[in-house]
Each structure stands twice: as structure tokens, then as C-alpha cells.
Design a binder for this molecule. Structure first.
Ligand SMILES: [Zn+2]
Length: 75
């Protein structure tokens, strides 16, 4: 049975980063990556972008929890 936490941690350890803080940050980013693949902005012909998963105006509630302020500002 797969464990997304262990898989994300392993992907983080596969990086060349050596500092524990960097590894922890990478693990958290890896854990959020699948959610970012699901909750992402899509353009709407007339009106603001919406979430591809929720259909809510972008950023959706989940988007606020998984994207950085900079990522949200750049989209
Ligand atoms: Zn969403």
C-alpha cells in the first residue's frame, strides 16, 4: 500500500540538498505537489480565472493553503 507522505519524503531526499531545513521544505512542497496538479487556475472567457477542480473563483479555498503568496500573485 502506498504512503504519500513517505513517497514525498523520498522525492525530497532525492534532491542534492543537505541542510535539514531544506529537506523539510522540499518534503512539504513534494507533499503539496499533487494538490497543486488538481487545484490550478484555468482561464474563463469572460470573468476571473477559476479552479480547474472546484470551479470556484481563483484562488479557491484550497489554493490559498497550498500556493505561496508569490505563486498566487504571479498567476
Ligand atoms: Zn480548487
Amino acid at each position: 500500500m502506498s504512503d504519500p507522505v513517505i513517497e514525498a519524503a523520498q522525492r525530497a531526499l532525492d534532491t542534492d540538498w543537505l541542510e535539514a531545513e531544506d529537506i523539510a521544505e522540499a518534503a512539504a512542497r513534494e507533499a503539496l505537489a499533487p494538490l497543486k496538479d488538481i487545484h490550478r487556475p484555468v482561464p474563463v472567457a469572460q470573468g476571473p480565472n477559476c479552479c480547474d477542480h472546484c470551479g470556484d473563483v481563483w484562488p479557491c479555498e484550497t489554493g490559498y493553503h497550498i500556493y505561496t503568496d508569490k505563486e498566487l500573485a504571479d498567476e
